[in-house]
Write a protein that binds this ligand. Structure first.
Ligand code: BEZ
Length: 247
């Protein structure tokens, strides 16, 4: 991940960690547990884990996001690192990850690191984009890119449940529960679609900065029939939710 804008993230994308709260219930952090928040971003969910009196380490690849997390939560233990190349000296009771692993195409390497960070019996609780995530958005972006002579690519890893179960199993993690479900998610305000694209999807289409507004206006027209309803923009998220344990 690169070029994250923590200001835009905080201002218009609070739904990322607000929706992650349900995943915290599944994690059920207990006092004294050691928990790794993999891809902690600006630290909101790490802080909630710490509030349950667990000891939390937040790991993120973005110095900008960590800078914001340090300002907001100065007592958290936060480290910069790559989800496919991390290791810690002491094992964790749980690894938690919300809305991050679709950014990590080398899922096998990430799963090996996660398993390596857990004690035997430790749990891995995660949610991220699964097969079909943002399908209407991606179709609209691809059509708009083709119509404007730009290059389109889908940079995200969206596995289905059986594919991801196999990745985890090869790394020594046994799946307790895994499910794929739709979560149509409201975006904030009339500029919600543009803000989302600016925040997350710059890698999808290679528009030039000076053409951004024109491109985004065309993209809005393309995705509007599928993703604008009841006076607001929505993103067609589909989540893969995972509970696994280290063997
Ligand atoms: C997601 O949470 O599913 C997501 C967020 C940003 C880009 C792509 C997917």
């Amino acid at each position: 991940m690169s070029a994250w804008d923590p200001n835009l993230y905080q201002k218009s994308h609070a739904f990322v960690w607000e929706l992650g709260r349900g995943l915290l219930d599944l994690l059920g952090p207990r006092p004294g547990e050691r928990i790794l928040d993999l891809g902690c971003g600006t630290g909101q969910l790490s802080a909630e884990i710490a509030a349950a009196e667990a000891y939390v380490v937040g790991l993120d690849s973005s110095a900008d996001m960590l800078g914001r997390a340090r300002k907001s939560f100065p007592t958290l233990d936060l480290v910069q690192g790559d989800a496919t190349r991390f290791a810690f000296n002491r094992p964790f009771d749980a690894v938690f990850s919300n809305a991050v692993l679709h950014w990590v195409p080398d899922a096998e390497a990430a799963a090996r690191c996660i398993a390596g960070a857990l004690r035997p019996g430790g749990r891995f609780i995660a949610e991220f984009g699964g097969k079909g995530n943002c399908a209407a958005f991606l179709a609209g972006a691809e059509a708009t890119a083709a119509a404007t002579g730009l290059r389109f690519r889908n940079p995200w890893y969206y596995p289905d449940a059986s594919e991801y179960e196999q990745v985890l199993s090869l790394a020594g993690l046994r799946v307790v529960n895994i499910s794929l479900f739709d979560r149509l998610t409201p975006l904030e305000g009339e500029s919600g679609m543009r803000d989302w694209v600016r925040m997350f999807a710059k890698a999808v289409v290679n528009w030039r900065d000076e053409d951004a507004e024109a491109f985004l206006a065309k993209l809005e027209i393309a995705v509007r029939p599928a993703l604008y309803r009841e006076g607001k923009w929505w993103m067609d998220y589909r989540r893969l939710r995972v509970h696994a344990v280290r063997l």
